[in-house]
Every structure is written in structure tokens, then in C-alpha cells.
Write a protein that binds this ligand. Structure first.
Ligand code: BG6
Length: 510
């Protein structure tokens, strides 16, 4: 729930301010909030880094980041100059007490002339190993003690497994209250993801059929054409399960499966998501292969270009066992969803860039049409398109024009761009604005993250104990490994081709 006045002064303290995340996502988002007049007049961005960097270099580094990554393109000279006045920087040894005392002093001086005490946001755009160090430094310097005016923002990955997540959380929890900790999952800031709740709960027509009686299964696909780019160092220790499933895909599952909230507020929504997490059927260690499969891409062709295999990427071990693809079959054991499978899949270097949730309805109970009419009969499917297409498509059967009775699948579509003649904010804009407003609705609560790790623990352990013998097992530009096909085919179902996507080109000479 909002607990801030939008005019309250804000100091945004950016740890790891010279890193890639800051340049690519945080600065463009702050700049767009500034352009949209969403930043308070009394605002300061205090960039903290262990390296010394001149203000001129820092502002140019950020301006370039905005040019390269902002949805509003190159900033106008005057606008950038006005924004750049907010930027301050400081060098700090993150593991030394004195640094935090001087940070406290700086925060005090920045706000000295402001009419009101500021909200102070500590944003951890650093490697996760530093979350605890910085949290402790801030806490011991007394910088977290004002529970209403200070917040800490942490990015995923929150830990490497259940135990490491608990360690981070215990340390943060020593100095910050849960209401002060904002755990970012940027998928929750996407318009199309937020729209899942609007679609389900602002319309009366979906709820009556949103259950095991009408739904056969749900498939969640987050497919990327990108490889690991320059992030091999991080990705080697993460893999698709930790990088995508533990957070983004679990959040999508919760939004689709949760019960209606009583109120659109942080606690109620997060409680309803937790109910889903509680109801997820545990995966027994000795049955992991029946519920989870993994893949790693080899070289292949994408959009007409040859791309290297994962093991040839920068900072990746030549015999790496890290998965770049993961697919899971999950069940939500409650009255609404008992025995309805939720199939989740995500991977890098797949045939198309597409994220969507496909809700496949049950077949009609009785086929009244003659067999000749329904040769192409397909069960009704509702597709929530998250990206790059943004919208909702209902695929259903219609009569083809003509004297002969023939049925054909057709689409009824809602598309964001067509329906609303206005630009969508980037996910980070929404999320940073919410942090400043103290609205935690779109952030992950500790218990949710913890239960996601708990659910995946047997898979992490089984995969760790049994290195994949068949890696690499899918070609870049394909739809993933054969085992993912088998995972769903064993249930007599199949992954349906996403609503956008180009078939993989037919080359095998890489
Ligand atoms: C990040 C992952 O959280 O999400 C990346 O670390 C992934 O590996 C990215 O590429 C996908 O996000 P988006 O918004 O580009 O779909």
C-alpha cells in the first residue's frame, strides 16, 4: 500500500553504481521517471562505488547508458543537464566501518536544505555476495533504524540455494524489518504481468472457468533467443533453474493460480501467492527426471546467423555442466487445481523470443459435429502474451464460410498497443517508483522466495549429484531438448507453438 507522499524528498543510494545493471536499467528508468515528473523536486542520486570515478566520467557513462537503453531514446541536452544535477558520487570500502559513518554524514549534508526529512533508498546493484556485507555496514552505522524512512532493494539471485538465501535473509533481517526490504523480480513490473490480475479479477467471465473443471493444463514459456552474452561468469554458477525458474516463472505461476485477493494490497496479494507456494506438490528427489528436465545449447543458427554453443561462450568452462534450458511439471494441490499440470519451460538460444502463458481448456464433453467438420478441431486456448507481443488471445473454433460444415480455429485478440494509445513504462520504472512510494505489492516477500528454493531443492540436488551425460543436447535455434518434448508427451500432451516465433532454419552444418 502507498505510504508515501509523492513529494517527499528521496535520496537514492546506488551501490554498485558503475556496474552494468545501473547503466542498462536503473539509470534509464530514473531518467524516464524524471521526464515523466515522477521524481520529487528534492531528489538526489548518490552513487557508491569502491573505485573512484570522476563526476564527468560518471555522468557521461550514464548518459551513454540512457542513449543505448532508454525507451525514450537519446536525451535532449537540457533535460539531461537538469537530471545530471541530481547525481553525486562517493567512494567507499564496503567492508570498512568508517565508510558507512562518512556515508551517514553525506546523507545528512545532502538533505540539510530540504524542508522535510527524505526517504532513503539503498539499492544493491552489486554482486549478491555483497548484500550481507553492505546490509551489515548500513545497519551497524544506524542507517537502517528509521523503519518508515529507509528501504533496501536487493536484486535476484537471492542466494544460490535454500541455505544461502536464509543466510542473506538472516543478516538483512537483523538490521531491516521485512517492510523495509524490497526484493526485485523485474517480471512483476512488466505491464502484461500486472495485467494478469486485472484480467482475472476485474472481469467476471474468467473466474467461473478458471479451475480444474474446465482447464486441462497450463503451459508457461519464457523463451529467449539471446545466449549468455558476457554473463558467462555469473551464469555458470546459476543456470536456467536458478536464473529464471526460481523467480520469474514461479511468479507467473502464482499469478495465474492464486485465489482472488480481498484487496489489491501488498500483504493480501502476497498471502494469496504464498497459498499457491504452499500447495505446490513437492518433487521427490528420486523422481526428479519425471518432473524436471534440463538442456544446454550447442552451436546453431538463429535469424540467419551462426551462433556458438554455450561451452564456446566467454567465461564458460569448455566442459560446463550448467543448464541453459529447464522444463518442469508441477501440480498445485488444492481444490481449484488438483491434478491440473502446470508445465514450465525456459531456455536461452531458443527458436524465438517469446514469453507467454497458455491456458488450455478441456475438450467439449461430446462431439456433436460430424467428424468431417472438425478435422482441425482444437480445444479452446487462452494465451496471455507477455512479450514481445503484449496482449491476450483467445483461440477458439468457428465455422468456416461455405455450404459445407467445416470448423476452423480462429483468434480473438486484445493487443496493448492497439487498445491503449500510450507508451508503457519499462518494468524498472514501475518498480523504482513503487520503492519510492513504499508500495511492496510487486516485490517478493521472504517466505515466497524461501518456498521457491524449497520446492526446487530436490531438483538442484539431483542435478548436482548427477551431471547431465547428454550435454549439449539442443541446437541453438531449436525449441529445446528432446527430453522436454518427452516430459509433456508422456501425459499425451505437447508444447504448442507459441503465438509468435519463427521456425528454426534447417541447417546442420555448424
Ligand atoms: C534476468 C535473467 O533476470 O531476466 C536473464 O538473469 C534474462 O538471464 C532476463 O535474460 C530476461 O528478462 P527480460 O525482461 O529481458 O525478458
Amino acid at each position: 500500500m502507498d505510504n508515501n507522499n509523492p513529494d517527499t524528498p528521496v535520496i537514492f543510494v546506488l551501490f554498485g553504481g558503475t556496474g552494468d545493471l545501473s547503466r542498462r536499467l536503473i539509470l534509464p528508468a530514473l531518467f524516464n521517471l524524471f521526464l515523466d515528473k515522477q521524481l520529487p523536486a528534492a531528489f538526489a542520486l548518490l552513487v557508491v562505488d569502491h573505485n573512484e570515478i570522476s563526476m564527468a566520467d560518471l555522468t557521461e557513462h550514464y548518459r551513454q547508458g540512457v542513449c543505448d537503453h532508454s525507451r525514450s531514446g537519446n536525451p535532449a541536452e537540457a533535460q539531461w543537464r537538469n537530471f545530471a544535477q541530481f547525481i553525486h558520487s562517493t567512494q567507499l570500502e564496503l567492508d570498512q566501518k568508517e565508510g558507512y559513518a562518512s556515508l551517514a554524514q553525506q546523507l545528512h549534508s545532502l538533505a540539510e536544505s530540504w524542508p522535510q526529512a527524505p526517504q532513503i533508498i539503498f539499492y544493491m546493484a552489486t554482486p549478491p555476495a555483497l548484500f550481507s556485507v553492505i546490509g551489515q555496514g548500513l545497519g551497524e552505522a544506524g542507517l537502517s533504524s528509521d523503519h518508515l524512512r529507509t528501504r533496501i532493494v536487493v536484486e535476484k539471485p537471492l542466494g544460490h540455494d535454500l541455505e544461502s538465501f536464509r543466510n542473506i535473509n538472516t543478516i538483512l533481517g537483523r538490521y531491516f524489518e521485512e517492510m523495509q526490504i524490497f526484493r526485485i523480480d523485474h517480471f512483476l513490473g512488466k505491464e502484461t504481468v500486472q495485467n494478469i490480475l486485472a484480467m482475472r479479477f476485474a472481469n467476471p467471465i474468467f473466474e467461473p472457468v478458471w479451475n480444474r473443471r474446465y482447464i486441462d493444463h497450463i503451459a508457461i514459456t519464457v523463451a529467449e533467443t539471446l545466449g549468455v552474452e558476457q554473463r558467462g561468469g555469473y551464469y555458470e554458477g546459476a543456470g536456467a533453474l536458478r536464473d529464471m525458474v526460481q523467480n520469474h516463472l514461479m511468479q507467473l505461476l502464482c499469478l495465474v493460480a492464486m485465489e482472488p485477493p480481498v484487496a489489491y494490497d501488498a500483504n493480501d496479494i502476497r498471502n494469496k501467492k504464498m497459498d499457491v507456494m504452499h500447495a505446490l506438490r513437492p518433487i521427490p528427489y528420486d523422481q526428479v527426471p519425471q518432473f524436471a528436465v534440463r538442456g544446454q545449447y550447442t552451436c546453431g543458427w538463429l535469424n540467419g546467423a551462426q551462433v556458438p554453443g554455450y561451452r564456446e561462450e566467454v567465461h564458460v568452462a569448455p566442459h560446463s555442466g550448467t543448464e541453459t534450458y529447464a522444463a518442469l511439471k508441477l501440480f498445485v494441490d488444492n481444490w481449484r487445481w488438483q491434478d491440473v499440470p502446470f508445465y514450465l519451460r525456459t531456455g536461452k538460444r531458443l527458436a524465438a523470443e517469446v514469453s507467454e502463458i497458455s491456458i488450455r481448456f478441456r475438450d467439449v464433453p461430446h462431439h456433436a459435429f460430424p467428424a468431417t467438420a472438425g478435422l482441425n478441431a482444437q480445444p479452446v486456448r487462452l494465451v496471455i502474451q507477455i512479450q514481445p507481443e503484449q496482449g491476450i488471445v483467445l483461440k477458439f473454433m468457428a465455422k468456416e464460410p461455405g455450404a459445407t460444415l467445416r470448423l476452423r480455429p480462429v483468434n480473438m485478440s486484445f493487443n496493448y498497443q492497439e487498445a491503449f494509445d500510450m507508451p508503457s513504462p519499462a518494468a524498472y520504472e514501475t518498480l523504482l517508483n513503487d520503492v519510492m512510494q513504499g508500495d511492496a505489492t510487486l516485490f517478493m516477500r521472504a517466505d515466497q522466495v524461501e518456498s521457491a528454493w524449497q520446492l526446487l531443492l530436490p531438483v538442484i540436488q539431483a542435478w548436482g549429484d548427477n551431471p547431465a551425460a547428454d550435454f549439449p543436447n539442443y541446437a541453438a535455434g531449436s525449441w529445446g531438448p528432446e527430453s522436454a518434448h518427452d516430459l509433456i508427451a508422456r501425459d499425451g500432451r505437447s508444447w504448442l507453438t507459441p503465438t509468435v516465433g519463427t521456425p528454426p532454419p534447417c541447417h546442420n552444418d555448424c
